[in-house]
Write a protein that binds this ligand. Structure first.
Ligand SMILES: Nc1ncnc2c1ncn2[C@@H]1O[C@H](COP(=O)(O)OP(=O)(O)OP(=O)(O)O)[C@@H](O)[C@H]1O
Length: 648
């Protein structure tokens, strides 16, 4: 194995940034580099020209302006003028280029982070604090206004020429006294290194405070977001929140501020070292001039070379900003590796929609099987699911019931491939789910999650997002809305399908909890109509009123006809209608069978069913008038409940 050059941590950010720039823009980096070289070389060239110019004055004065010495003086004057002019005009161009390159770098890293975080098919990484910390940086959140990668690029455009000028100055001094030049070549990198290490430590510490800062930002945002606004006002929490934000923020930032205070010993020793070398250099120059070892021109050149050698500005803000703002770059670049699904898929698939159904793909034919499936969420001690064995035959329905926290939603997430089982495996038609193309599988499965998303987009978008590749199919969209019972509501909106489902936008409106749930159901049904064969409904009616709930459940058989259906519900009137019922308890299957079998068993299911039936049979909670509902299973809520109570 070839030994790899180890980059000191203090320089790792800068090196990562420099390597990144050609990937961001090859052309701008090339121009920028050329500009930087010119900016770096110009002062040295100007210093030499000025020195030679000064040296040429006595001869020109003695021989006259038309002599060759006079012409030489004018030539040097012309060269100096051009160099000085360039020195004035090139740096602003380089800075402007660095600004655009910096903005491009920000954008590049943002896209990189988006692909790394949004791309993977699974979701474990979304609760990984390190991933979230890197994400904060590219979103430009929090740490400080000078922590964005673009600030590091701007600082680089200033610092790099300064370093190169210092190098060139030291190199010129070699011509005066080789060992003095070499001394400078050692002293300035040392001074830079000491100070950069200091700045880097502050940057790294600030980056390490990301968790605490995220908490502070969360508290700050709570006060200005509409979701919790009602509770915050009702309970008079705004003052508490402000105070809590302040203390959390201070606790996170104080160590950074403390570390930022200049460390007297370091500064004293660095400046002492530089002072000594400067004293020695100027002393030697004076001695050499007085004793006639160097002429006027050489004295002028070396004096300016000394000024250049002092040019690396180890103590200035730009060096600090470079170290500080580039500290996070390697973390952002490492995101892809960190979020990759165990190498299962390239992150480039980045949140891409399921692919359209390829022609001629065979529909599911066998079953979805869980073999000893276990799940432990990252960072937790306990298995949410343990040794789950169950079979969902294609075209049939399965209900999963159980207490809160039993693991029902976790099983759904596994079926969707959002998490990988930490034990056992899930097979689809005999093939391991982990080996299937996730995009192809997602095309086949449609889910109404318990905590479904409420998109601040148009109604049409909210529904067609279930199958974006069919977004233009208005007929499909209408049918899905109609089946979910939300069509009359949509048609009552002044802007119809274009109505934005958020009062925060013009042409926008908000919906009630139940109306939102119907929209989410329509989205799931849209995906079914677009070709999904498996429908998962996780508490699909939790927010619906009793009439709406009865309506949906009475249409359950119609809605799920021909589909492989997984239903999670605490509503036993519907659960009993499915082909097979599984009872989960503490992450394990404790009972399995049809409604009748489980009732006969007299176990957990029978107890839960009876409890609910008893509650409903006691009149409370029921409407006075029986509600007639549409659907293939005609009847009334009263009928259903009474029937259940009777059977129980
Ligand atoms: N993302 C997560 N990270 C860590 N633990 C989790 C996560 N999601 C769920 N859990 C834990 O897994 C267990 C099962 O949760 P799950 O949501 O699957 O239960 P459930 O049966 O759907 O409950 P409910 O009826 O309340 O919806 C719980 O102990 C929960 O705290």
């Amino acid at each position: 194995m070839s030994p790899r050059l180890r980059i000191p941590p203090a320089l790792a950010g800068t090196v990562a940034l420099v390597r990144l720039l050609p990937r961001v823009s090859r052309t701008k980096t090339a121009w920028g580099l050329a500009g930087l070289l010119i900016v770096s070389v110009l002062p040295t060239a100007a210093a030499v020209a000025i020195g030679l110019l000064i040296g040429a004055v006595p001869d020109a004065l003695r021989d006259g302006v038309s002599s060759s010495a006079g012409r030489h003086l004018f030539t040097l004057l012309g060269v100096t003028a051009v160099l000085v002019l360039l020195q004035q005009s090139v740096p602003p161009l380089v800075n402007a280029l660095a600004d655009t390159l910096g903005r491009d770098a920000d954008r590049f890293l943002q896209q990189e982070a988006l692909a790394a975080v949004g791309g993977p098919d699974r979701v474990d990484h979304l609760s990984d604090p390190d991933v979230l910390a890197a994400l904060r940086v590219v979103r430009g959140l929090g740490l400080a206004e000078n922590a964005r990668p673009s600030q590091a690029v701007a600082a680089l455009a200033y610092v790099l020429p300064a370093w190169l000028r210092a190098l060139a100055g030291a190199a010129v001094l070699i011509a005066f006294q080789w060992w003095l030049g070499l001394l400078w070549l050692v002293v300035w990198p040392l001074a830079v290194h000491f100070m950069q290490r200091e700045y880097f430590r502050v940057g790294a510490l600030a980056f390490g405070q990301s968790n605490a800062l995220r908490e502070a930002e969360y508290l700050r945002d709570l006060a200005v977001t509409s979701g919790p606004a009602k509770e915050l006002r009702l309970w008079g929490m705004v003052g508490w929140l402000t105070e809590r934000f302040e203390t959390t923020w201070r606790a996170a930032m104080e160590p950074v501020w403390r570390m930022r205070r200049p460390r007297a010993r370091l500064i004293a020793s660095t400046t002492g070292m530089l002072g000594a070398v400067n004293l020695l250099s100027y002393g030697l120059l004076a001695w050499a001039a007085v004793h006639g070892h160097i002429g006027l021109a050489a004295l002028a050149v070396y004096t300016q070379a000394l000024m250049l050698a002092n040019n690396y500005t180890a103590f200035d803000d730009q060096n600090a900003q470079l170290a500080f703002a580039s500290a996070a770059v390697p973390h952002v670049l490492a995101l892809r590796e960190r979020t990759a699904d165990g190498g299962r898929q390239p992150a480039a698939a980045a949140g891409s929609p399921p692919a359209p159904v390829p022609e001629g793909e065979a529909p599911l034919a066998g079953a979805i099987r869980c073999h000893e499936v276990a799940l432990r969420y990252p960072g937790t001690e306990r298995n949410a699911l343990r040794r789950i064995d169950l079979t969902i035959p294609v075209g049939r329905s399965l209900a999963i019931v159980g207490d809160n926290g039993a693991g029902k939603s976790s099983l759904v997430k596994l079926l969707c491939g959002l998490h990988a089982p930490t034990g056992g495996r899930i097979e689809v038609d005999g093939r391991d789910l982990g080996e299937l193309d996730p995009r192809a599988w997602r095309r086949r499965i449609s889910v109404l999650f318990q905590d479904f998303a409420r998109y601040h987009l148009s109604v049409a978008d909210n529904i067609t997002l279930g199958a974006p590749h069919r977004a233009g199919d208005r007929e499909l969209m209408r049918t899905a809305a109609e089946r979910a019972g939300v069509l009359p509501l949509i048609e009552s909106f002044p802007h119809g399908w274009d109505t934005v489902l958020s009062p925060e936008y013009s042409r926008g409106t908000d919906l009630s909890g139940g109306q939102w749930q119907r929209i989410a159901l329509a989205r799931a049904l849209f995906a079914v109509q677009a070709g999904a064969e498996v429908l998962v409904l996780d508490e699909p009616t939790a927010a619906l009123d009793i009439r709406s709930e009865a309506e949906i459940y009475d249409r359950f058989l119609e809605l799920t006809a021909g589909l492989t259906t997984v239903l999670i519900s605490h509503r036993f009137s519907t659960v009993r209608r499915v082909d097979r019922i599984v009872v989960l308890d503490h992450g394990e299957v404790v009972e399995e069978g049809s409604h009748d079998e489980l009732m006969a068993l007299g176990g957990k299911y029978a107890r839960m069913f009876t409890l609910q039936a008893e509650r409903f049979s006691a009149d409370d909670g029921l409407p006075d008038t029986p509600l007639t509902v549409k659907g293939p299973v005609n009847g009334t809520v009263q009928d259903t409940v009474e029937a259940e109570a009777g059977r129980a």
